[in-house]
Design a protein around this ligand. Structure first.
Ligand code: A3P
Length: 296
């Protein structure tokens, strides 16, 4: 693919109180009227929380890709459609979701909780929410924005970090996203809220927890197979999961599978940035039940 195929970098605008870009709002009415099913599983995250990792784990748990040959070449972004995406020259996520032949359907979204199509709540679909600590999320999002043309220009790191703190990001404020989804869990019991740091620390245990939430009972061997297929190195090599076919991502700028670690923020934040960040963080993160680890 040539540079000419790339869409223009979008600009942020206020959309019902949340910063967005048109590539995630252009199909809004169709997305809002999406017809969820009771057995749908929605994977919801703020960008860069480990969406792809958890999507692949769920795909492997339900549809082990070594079993069905006709499925084995379908890339993850088609197995687990991105509900709200509407990018030039690409199928709309909502249409891919409508056309999914599988049951359950696995569907990805970055929408803040107040924007989730209402039929997911009405149908009582299961939702897996993945959260990652703010500092590593900011670093990962910065490198992602540099290489992904459906995102605005990032500016330099210090400029990007100030925008992250202010919530001037695509899909809005990290602080509001993780808190509002956490609050939703208190009234909607079909949410499994998990953390990237826990996955890094013990992915086997997190797969066990996922299975008990989903009502799955794979054998020990099956779970080990899933865990081993979904490692950082394997996913980076695997054409199904590495987005190598997506021209929107210029992975010569930064690989999608960049570091896959907890604590890389220490290589980006200056001491002054860290102090400012922590001070602001305290004022926004008052829920004692919601705790993030920035190192393990
Ligand atoms: P880094 O940029 O810190 O490396 P998302 O899928 O939500 O966009 O998140 C992408 C982040 O998850 C990237 O973080 C990526 O490297 C990391 N990631 C993806 N698969 C992973 C895996 N199997 N193990 C660890 N980290 C993974």
């Amino acid at each position: 693919s040539t540079k000419m195929d790339l869409p223009p970098r979008p600009t942020l605008f206020d959309f019902h109180g949340v910063s967005m870009v048109k590539y995630f709002t252009d199909n809004w009415d169709n997305v809002q009227s999406f017809k969820a099913r009771p057995d749908d599983i929605l994977i919801a995250t703020y960008p860069k929380a480990g969406t792809t990792w958890v999507s692949y784990i769920l795909d492997l748990l339900y549809f082990d890709d070594t079993i069905s040959d006709c499925r084995s070449s379908v890339p993850l972004q088609e197995r687990v459609p991105f509900l709200e995406i509407s990018a030039p020259h690409r199928p709309k996520g909502k249409d891919l979701a409508d056309q999914l032949p599988t049951a359950p359907r696995l569907i990805k979204t970055h929408l803040p909780v107040q924007f989730v199509p209402k039929s997911f709540w009405e149908q009582r679909s299961k939702i897996v929410y993945v959260a990652r600590n703010a500092k590593d999320t900011a670093v990962s999002y910065f490198h992602f924005g540099r290489m992904n043309h459906v995102h605005p220009e990032t500016g330099d790191w210090s400029c990007f970090l100030q925008n992250f703190i202010k919530g001037n990001m695509v899909f809005g404020s990290w602080y509001q996203h993780v808190n509002a989804w956490w609050d939703k869990k208190q009234t909607y019991s079909n949410i499994h809220y998990m953390f990237y740091e826990d996955l890094i620390q013990d992915s086997g245990r997190e797969i066990d927890r996922l299975c008990s939430f989903l009502g799955l009972s794979p054998t020990t061997e099956q779970k080990e197979h899933v865990r081993a297929k979904a490692t950082f190195d394997n996913m980076k090599q695997n054409k199904i999961t590495n987005f190598s076919t997506l021209p929107l991502m210029n992975q010569s700028v930064s690989s999608f599978y960049r570091k896959g670690a907890v604590g890389d923020w220490k290589n980006h934040f200056t001491v002054a940035q860290n102090e400012q960040f922590d001070e602001d963080y305290k004022s926004k993160m008052k829920n004692p039940g919601l705790c993030f680890r920035t190192e393990i």
